[in-house]
Design a protein around this ligand. Structure first.
Ligand SMILES: Cc1ncc(C[n+]2csc(CCOP(=O)(O)OP(=O)(O)O)c2C)c(N)n1
Ligand SMILES: [Mg+2]
Length: 201
């Protein structure tokens, strides 16, 4: 999709996920539940560096926190990205304080904010009332900001966050258009074991 084509509205999530896979192609990536996982599988295929967090709403940021602390002194991994939804972030909101206190410098949190619980029918979340970047800054994160919803701005923001010391929060507004996807019903225990094996190298 061209930059001009997106001027009429926010990026759609599948386009954002393509850019995530481009910038964090070989880095550990934790993916939030629901459509985000299925759309990433559709645009990037199955990847060993992707941890698929099936159904554990509210937990991707704290899973990422633990992993980022675990790789803090591992030179093979420069950064770790968590891709989170607005509804799931709001459910696990206490993670922002814990991450601000522990300051995992390799952690980047990208919020794909579509304003709704899309997976369960599109009910509005409280995201429109909450300045996530301001909350993260108040909690002591190294950096936190809203990213303009264009491919170029997202690519630049992810690349800069990947190279900088975090924790870094990026909020991207996305639309609610979806693409056809397959079901993904694998055992979360086995998915975690596969990812852990890849992370250890
Ligand atoms: C504790 C818990 N409650 C409810 C659900 C059902 N559920 C799965 S995805 C989802 C919506 C998540 O919202 P958001 O993070 O904004 O992602 P989106 O659906 O917009 O992609 C819900 C309610 C769940 N998995 N776990
Ligand atoms: Mg949402």
């Amino acid at each position: 999709m061209s930059e001009a084509a997106t001027a009429a509205g926010p990026m759609q999530r599948p386009d954002a996920l393509r850019i995530v896979d481009e910038v964090f192609a070989d880095d550990p990536v934790v993916l939030t539940l629901g459509g985000t996982i299925r759309e990433m599988l559709a645009v990037a295929g199955r990847k060993p560096n992707h941890l698929y967090v099936l159904d554990a709403m509210g937990l991707p940021p704290v899973i990422g926190l633990g992993l980022a602390l675990g790789i803090e002194r591992d030179p093979r991994h420069e950064a770790l990205l968590v891709v989170e939804g607005d509804g799931s972030l709001l459910m696990g909101f206490s993670a922002l304080g814990t991450i601000g206190a522990l300051k995992p410098r390799k952690l980047v949190l990208l919020i794909l904010d579509n304003g709704v619980y899309l997976a369960t029918g599109g009910q509005p979340t409280a995201a429109s009332a909450v300045d996530f970047a301001a909350v993260a800054r108040a909690c002591g994160w190294a950096a936190a900001r809203d990213v303009a919803s264009t491919p170029g701005a997202l690519r630049a923001a992810l690349a800069a966050a990947r190279a900088a010391d975090g924790p870094t929060l990026l909020r991207l507004r996305v639309g609610t258009a979806t693409i056809p996807t397959d079901f993904f019903l694998e055992d979360p225990v086995l998915l975690a074991a596969d990812f852990a094996r890849w992370l250890r190298g």
